[in-house]
Write a protein that binds this ligand. Sequence first.
Ligand code: ATP
Ligand code: MG
Ligand code: FE
Length: 366
Amino acid sequence: PVVLGIETSCDETGVGVVAGTRLLAHQVASSMEQHVAFGGVIPEIAARAHVTEFIPTVRAALDEAGLSLDDVDALAVTAGPGLAGALMVGVSGAKALASAAGKPLYGINHLVAHVGVGFLDEALTAAGPKEGKQSPAEAERAGTLGALLVSGGHTEILKVRSLTHDVELLGSTIDDAAGEAYDKVARLIGAGYPGGPVIDRLAREGDPKAFRFPRGLSAPKFVGTAEEPGPRRHDWSFSGLKTAVARATEQFTSRGADVPVADVAASFQEAVADVITAKAVRACQEHGITHLLLGGGVAANSRLRELLGARCASAGITLTVPPPSLCTDNGAMVAALGAQLVAAGVAPSDPSFSADPSQPVTLVSV
Ligand code: ATP
Ligand code: MG
Ligand code: FE
């Protein structure tokens, strides 16, 4: 099926078109430039930017695909989770397009869409085609697919029993997302926003062993009790790490010394990559996951990719990392999941559905 997908959950207005597992168009307009001065995404500004960019981005995607709305079998839009105002622009726009064109519309889950992108042909050829390498779709059919999503808003590990019907959350962050921790630490060391790419670059010049920063929730004592469930076994926490980095930098600033920013960046990055990968691999081993799909903006991080690659290899886990432009938020992933929903015979959403800022991962489509 040919599906047009629309994503507006955060700062990217993304529109993609797919035909089955083939990517026909992939257009993204980001409002990031407008958020830089504030050091974070401002929901109101993001929502207004979606209003501005919605139609031009839809048009650009249809032009790129060489199609008109009449040629599309269905539309899909991110219903949640995400920023309420931002989501509402996409949902309202998608409803208007679908009803004007008389096409079915699927309100889908943003997190599951990050997994859906792994079912596109493009996701497999990122690092060059590998003979005999299992695809995420094959792993899903075998019941062994997992997904690790690491972005500015999310740090989550999922077990994907069925992409369209049965996704389970194994663990997530209990406070800051990994990308958020990058952004906060970047601010601490005066490295600008967004912090991920800058810290990644700085870290190359630094010593990852210069500071021993904490790996949150990695000790068994954090599992919780019956009265107080506490974090789950595979949850992460990054707020203690951020505090530890603040303490470490204060030791220098308080006596007027220069902060060794490269060492701080490298040691912070090492702590993040270590705890994300260690806990992800353990979750895979405990839940029969032998194929892990990586998604989210932090998937671009060089140390995370390197360490995850090494640890998955030694644990016998196949790792799939889609190209960076498909890892960050985009409409192609929404279209990709939409196409899988159509192919699986899932009914379109009732036209009365709304945006759900905290849509649970178990709700693949509304
Ligand atoms: P969502 O959480 O809904 O997916 P988002 O817009 O917050 O949305 P993305 O656009 O996927 O997330 O990713 C942005 C985040 O990725 C930012 O926090 C940014 O700092 C981080 N990031 C980007 N490149 C790198 C990198 N090389 N290393 C570490 N973090 C990075
Ligand atoms: Mg973003
Ligand atoms: Fe996302």
